[in-house]
Design a protein around this ligand. Structure first.
Ligand code: TRP
Length: 426
């Protein structure tokens, strides 16, 4: 079986906190130990510029996030660990994809829409006030991150699902227009780590200022845990474990058996002060060793930099030849370039049955994406059979009006459309 590729990135604008660790870094490192996957993890420093124009902060955050992954034991020989800005093929691909992305698709992106909504609510006349082109086309840069390495699985938070869908759309458009080069990625969302509560019980997030830095000193960690909001129940009164931030954080670090024991103690009425003390001791024991390693690495940034250089080189071994293929498919070619079909000296690459099936599946998905409107039209019609017949007739007429290459493309679409609509017609 060919290995699947898992890829994820972290934007370098802040100090890693428990939420980042539990939601993103810990599962990613675990996945990288599974020999069935290739893993690509990166520092999304070009993404940082979208929302942060403080150079010192971006640079500092990049150091911290890099040191964090290494301190937590990421094996950089198995995983490819790199900095986005060390891969020049990513911004290059971003442009090629920008030219394949409809503006309407970007108009629908959540991050952009949120800014427009905020401007509207503030009564501003210019709804695009404060919106940079970076923010607007952010999903295209993200698509390039993913498609550059033909990643299959993208572990992300719920807020990022839309971006993965957009990457699929963009990849489909490229595949269909030029050549099937891109794998269509899938988002992987871990429900258990979607809601990691912060100090005030809301989702732990920089924007709520309720985070616990992953490598806070033992003293800071104790202080922060003491600030966790609790209710007024007295010692001895049974407490609701599931509704408590203390219990939730505890169980995210605990085995099932340990969590069950703690749950019992909540039912038996553990005092809030004792629960906080337990949580502190439990977390501190687990974080102590990586924290020390982190501090060492922050004092040896040359070593961290060398790790990133190594990862960058590994990543470019993939991206550099692949971007050539992508450019050539789009027509950006040396003057002497001869397309593969015409070069009889060129040996056809042997493809495994699985590769062929995978390419076929990708091609079909790409075509389906182009046919979305027609398929929806039929599905929404009252008389689906009549609508299906009409849609097929229109497509057939279109095919007949076309020449050669365009005709072949439209015929492929017609074939897929026939198969998809067969269910409606008897
Ligand atoms: N935009 C993502 C976030 O804010 C970070 C990111 C950038 C990313 N490029 C990516 C995540 C590619 C997954 C894949 O969380």
């Amino acid at each position: 079986m060919s290995k699947k590729t898992v890829l994820t990135g972290i934007t370098t604008t802040g100090t890693p906190h428990l939420g980042n660790y539990l939601g993103a870094i810990r599962p990613a490192i675990e996945a990288s130990r599974n020999a069935d996957f290739n893993s690509f993890f990166f520092l999304a420093d070009y993404h940082a510029l979208i929302k942060c124009h403080e150079p010192e902060r971006v640079a500092r955050s990049t150091q911290e996030i890099a040191a964090t992954w290494l301190a937590l034991g990421l094996d950089t020989d198995t995983a490819t660990f790199y900095r986005q800005s060390d891969i020049p093929q990513i911004p290059e691909l971003t442009w090629l994809l920008t030219c394949m992305t409809s503006k309407g698709l970007m108009n629908r992106a959540h991050a952009y829409k949120a800014s427009v909504d905020a401007n509207r609510d503030a009564g501003k006349e210019d709804l695009d006030d404060g919106v940079t082109m970076g923010l607007f086309s952010y999903p295209i840069l993200m698509a390039a991150d993913i498609l550059m390495f033909n990643a299959d699985i993208i572990p992300v938070g719920k807020d990022q699902i839309q971006h993965i869908e957009m990457a699929r759309d963009i990849a489909g458009r490229f595949n269909h227009s030029f050549e099937t080069l891109f794998t269509l990625p899938e988002a992987q969302v871990d429900e258990a780590t979607q809601l990691i509560p912060g100090l005030d019980g809301r989702k732990m997030s920089k924007s709520y200022d309720n985070t616990i830095p992953l490598f806070a000193s033992a003293d800071q960690l104790r202080k922060l845990i003491n600030q966790i909001r609790t209710d007024l129940r007295e010692p001895g009164e049974p407490k609701d474990a599931d509704g408590s931030t203390i219990f939730q954080l505890y169980s995210l670090f605990a085995s099932d058996a340990e969590a069950a024991t703690m749950r019992r103690r909540f039912e038996e009425g553990i005092a809030w002060g004792d629960a906080k003390k337990e949580l502190f001791e439990f977390l501190n024991a687990q974080l102590e060793a990586p924290r020390q390693r982190y501090n060492e690495l922050m004092n040896d940034l040359g070593h961290v930099e060398a790790e990133l250089q190594k990862g960058g080189e590994k990543a470019r071994e993939y991206s550099a030849p692949f971007i050539q293929q992508i450019r050539e498919a789009a027509g950006i070619r040396p003057l002497t370039f001869v397309p593969a079909q015409q070069a009889d000296t060129k040996q056809k690459k042997e493809k495994s049955a699985e590769d062929v099936a995978r390419a076929e599946q990708g091609r079909r998905r790409a075509i389906l994406m182009q046919l979305k409107a027609e398929l929806e039209q039929v599905a929404a019609a009252d008389d689906k059979a009549a609508e299906a017949v009409a849609v097929l007739a229109a497509k057939q007429a279109q095919v007949e009006g076309l020449k050669k290459k365009a005709r072949q493309k439209a015929e492929n679409e017609l074939d897929v459309l026939r198969e998809e609509l067969a269910q409606y017609i008897d």
